[in-house]
Write a protein that binds this ligand. Structure first.
Ligand code: SAH
Length: 230
């Protein structure tokens, strides 16, 4: 359909068929299934969380491609496949689905996915502006089973003893003991671990008070950094 002479151009993206549509999200979910994501709760969560709302407007049209995108402050929103993979491993390894701790809120996308999978999500971010933006995005989307905090995740989450699951979305060279100490018996922790050029996902399970450690896929995450920043 061309523009009428002298009139307004018709919108090129009609409601329901644009980048923000359900259909676009379903295509992403189909891609994740093809890559081996099986957990139906995880797939349903990806289907229902509007990833385009977590990135800059200028990048929104790329939000349903299976790629990481910049969110400012030299940080990124993780690739949907990695978000789905880590969520799947976390659920598979955890006896309970009540509480989860996320270290590295970033833009809050993974937080919103976890909010679909757990009763209560605690998430901590060391960059104040990202923390504030995530808080406002999640409030706008009415995600109300999350508690966000601005602080250093190296110290774990003060005020709560343990979590059923713990997810790190930034990579330490080795997992801080303060965080491991907050893993409940029967719980599972998933984290990218290692130097920037040589990272792997690690899956740590707490079985009756003893920790068991397993290595999985090679990944690439920003580093877990000590201290807070504005
Ligand atoms: N979970 C995000 C990924 C964000 S990138 C997503 O959904 O895509 C990783 C985030 O970890 C960055 O925002 C970074 O600032 C944060 N981070 C790094 N070290 C941290 C620390 N010690 N405590 C809390 N957050 C940290």
């Amino acid at each position: 359909m061309g523009a009428k002479p002298g009139g307004m151009k018709p919108p090129t993206v009609a409601r329901g068929v644009g980048f923000a549509s359900r259909r676009t999200r379903s295509r992403l979910v189909r891609g994740l299934k093809e890559r081996g994501i099986r957990n139906l709760d995880v797939l349903a969560a990806v289907e229902s969380v509007p990833r385009h709302r977590f990135v800059d407007e200028a990048l929104a049209s790329r939000a349903y491609e299976d790629i990481p995108l910049p969110i400012g402050y030299q940080q990124t929103i993780s690739q949907p496949f990695i978000v789905a993979l880590m969520s799947e491993k976390l659920i598979a390894g955890s006896a309970g689905r009540k509480t989860v701790l996320e270290v590295g809120t970033g833009c809050g996308y993974q937080t919103a996915i976890l909010a679909h999978l757990y009763e209560w999500v605690c998430s901590i971010e060391r960059i104040q502006s990202l923390f504030e933006r995530a808080e406002s995005t999640l409030a706008t989307l009415r995600v109300d089973n999350v508690e966000l905090r601005y602080g250093d995740g190296y110290d774990g989450w003060k005020g709560r003893s343990t979590f059923d699951s713990i997810l790190l979305t930034a990579a330490p060279e080795c997992i801080p003991l303060t965080i491991l100490a907050q893993l409940a018996p029967g719980g599972c922790l998933v984290a990218p671990v290692g130097k920037a050029t040589d990272q792997r996902l690690r899956i740590v399970s707490n079985r009756r008070g003893r920790l068991y450690d397993e290595e999985a896929e090679a990944v690439r995450f920003v580093p877990l950094v000590r201290g807070i920043s504005e």
